[in-house]
Every structure is written in structure tokens, then in C-alpha cells.
Design a protein around this ligand. Sequence first.
Ligand code: ATP
Length: 289
Amino acid sequence: MKITRKAYAKINLGLDVIGKRDDGYHLVKMIMQNVDIYDTLTFEDTKDGEITLISADDGVPTDASNLICRAALQLKETFSVDKGVRIELEKRIPIAAGMAGGSTDAAAAYLALNELWGLSLSKEDLCRMAVKLGADIPYCIVGGTALSEGIGEVLSPVDNKAEYQLVVAKPDIAVSTGWVYTELDSHEIKSHPDIDGVKSAIEAGDVRGICEKIGNVLEPVTVSKYPVITDIEKLLEDNGAVRAFMTGSGPTVFAVYDDSKKAAKGYEAVKRSGLARQFFLTKPIDPGQ
Ligand code: ATP
């Protein structure tokens, strides 16, 4: 049997850090939103019992360190699965970008292997296993628009009534999420974004309201090392965006547009500027709908 899945990237419509657990994990409060940028994964069961990953992209590891392989191994060992799997990954989501690329690929692996290996686990079961591998993977299993709390695993769906376009641009730098969180500990968080306010604006379909409330406490940390992030945001705001923000730990910027012509203009402007290496004209998406 062969299963093909799209694994969607996410942006953060606001990200706050409200504390730290004794084990060092940060407690977050953020809005997660899937966008129409995806990797494609194909899973084929094999009789040899091996987990094999193939990708044409040199930027991703294809050994046991890949989150896809780690998810597969966890399922195989926990449920004593005899079968193996051959996985092909077509990578489009920028890597080390703050878009949960690795986490969403792992989520696709949990969902596909549950089916391929006939495990009959619920999404809740999969989320409980997945959080051990990465705090953002449970959201990637559920998808859509969600408020994410705890270390990222406490999820509440948000009813998205907002319609907007996005330009997503990643400068030619890779940012390690671990580095940003470590740096955050030596920075003072000067102001906390109004995440509840963002949630209400999303439910009211108020695009400008969303943009007024969004904030990301990780942005000053990443920007202090990579000021090009601010240059991209300014360029997109000068080219018709309502506002532009960094997603996750960065360095990817997303600009929110309430008009598709303006979004196309912003996309062309960032493409011409040379400030970004990867760029997309895209939109929010709910894969479950
Ligand atoms: P997040 O937003 O969850 O912090 P990210 O976009 O910042 O994620 P990833 O793209 O997931 O970061 O990649 C971070 C590192 O994880 C990469 O440098 C890579 O070595 C490793 N990695 C493991 N599995 C994958 C995968 N399937 N796709 C991309 N990177 C992976």
C-alpha cells in the first residue's frame, strides 16, 4: 500500500512566552495557523522491517535524526510493528525557518503510518506520543487555526473567520530554535502581546484587528542578530501590507494583506529586493476542511 500526504507549514499569529518549567521547557501562548506551503510525503510499506527515507533536498538529514524517522521508529517500537516503510520527502517548506517544517513532516508520518500499519490510534493517542518528540508536533497533527499553550501541546481550536493573503519571505539564514530560546532567557521581555485579543479578532474576521494585536516576544532576540528581518518587514509594509511579522523563532517574515493585488505587488517587491532567498505568495489554510 502507498499513502501520499501533504504536510503544511505554519505561521504564528502572535507568540508569547509566559514562564518556564522546571525541566527548562518554556511555557508559551501562541496562535498557530497553517499556510498553503507544504512538503509532500509518500509512504510505502515494505516487508524488510527497515525505515528508509529519501529526499532530493541536500538540506535535510535522511538518517535516523530526521523527525520523520524518529516518529516512525517510535511507532514501530511501541507497537512491535514487523513491517518497514520507504518514505519519499519532497521538501518545499523552508528549513530552520520558524515554519515547523520538521514537526509537520513528523505529524504526516504519525498520521500515515497509523493507517499504513493498521494501528487504529486516535489523534489524541498520536498527539500524546508526538509531544515526546517535539512540542509543535501535536498542533501539526490537528492543524488549522489553534491557540497553543503549555509547552505547545495544550491546543484549543479557533474559529477562523478572517480572509487575507500572505507574502512569506525567508532571508538566506538558518536560525536554531534552541539558540533563540536560550538567548531569550538573558533578554527582558518588555511587552507581552495580546494573544486573547488576536484570537477574538480572528473569530470576528477582523484582519486589521489581528494585525494590531500580533506580537512575537522572540522577534527582538532574532532581530538583534539578523537585522535583515526588519528590512524585509519594512519593505513589505511599504508595499501594501497591513503589517509584517516574524514567525516562530524566525527568520521567516510573513506579511498580511487585505487585498490580493497589493499582495502580488508585495511579492514582486520582495522577489526583486534580493533580501530574501525563498518567497511565497500564499494564504491561510485549514487542511481539515
Ligand atoms: P520550528 O518552527 O518548529 O522551530 P523550524 O522551521 O525552525 O521549526 P525545521 O525546518 O524543522 O526548523 O528544521 C530544524 C532542523 O531540524 C534542521 O536544520 C534539520 O537538521 C532538522 N530536521 C529534522 N527533520 C527534519 C525535517 N523533516 N525537515 C526539516 N528539517 C529537519
